[in-house]
Ligand binder design. Sequence first.
Ligand SMILES: CC(C)(COP(=O)(O)OP(=O)(O)OC[C@H]1O[C@@H](n2cnc3c(N)ncnc32)[C@H](O)[C@@H]1OP(=O)(O)O)[C@@H](O)C(=O)NCCC(=O)NCCS
Length: 172
Amino acid sequence: MLRGTHVTLRAMRRGDLPRLNAFNNDVAVELAGGGDPPLPQSLERLEAEFDSSTGSGGRDGTSFAIEVDGVMIGQCALFNLHPVAHRMELGITIGDQNYWGKGYGSEAVQLLVDYGFRHHNLHRIFLEVHARNERAIRAYQACGFVEEGRLRQHVWSDGSYDDLVIMGVLRA
Ligand SMILES: CC(C)(COP(=O)(O)OP(=O)(O)OC[C@H]1O[C@@H](n2cnc3c(N)ncnc32)[C@H](O)[C@@H]1OP(=O)(O)O)[C@@H](O)C(=O)NCCC(=O)NCCS
């Protein structure tokens, strides 16, 4: 649906679920993604969640699969729309580690930011990232995000505390 030079953002399909499930069970990917401690997920549970959601029809909201050369490599989304302040939060996970550090994350984030500003009339997009996640921070900086704040030792990840960095970008 949204096409960049190398990256396409499109709806997640049922056929993507086995790969997505493998990503969700990769501890390194889960730790980098932040949030809750890694938890196992069965393919059956993921399929049930997908079927329940798609069974109600409609659209897929502002969530996208990330595709490169016909391969689904991860997912990204805008969420938590504030209808008055016109802001949303951004999340991204490239779950296939073979595709890390090759520019695809930056391109996907830029596509999503442009989509949010142009098509949803957002004023601001922000995100949370662990301070140790230098690759993600560099990718976000390449798309215009700047550090806006830091909650010290806010998260427990992989056996130690880490700062939580808030980054944001305003529409030019
Ligand atoms: C974070 C993520 C989306 C970034 O996408 P990506 O395609 O890997 O990143 P890019 O190649 O576009 O950009 C990475 C940047 O970090 C740099 N980099 C690459 N590997 C690095 C490393 N190990 N340490 C520090 N910097 C690194 C690159 O040089 C590049 O910076 P530059 O553009 O200034 O040269 C992706 O790695 C990912 O999904 N990781 C797992 C989950 C995750 O961390 N999600 C984000 C949670 S907030």
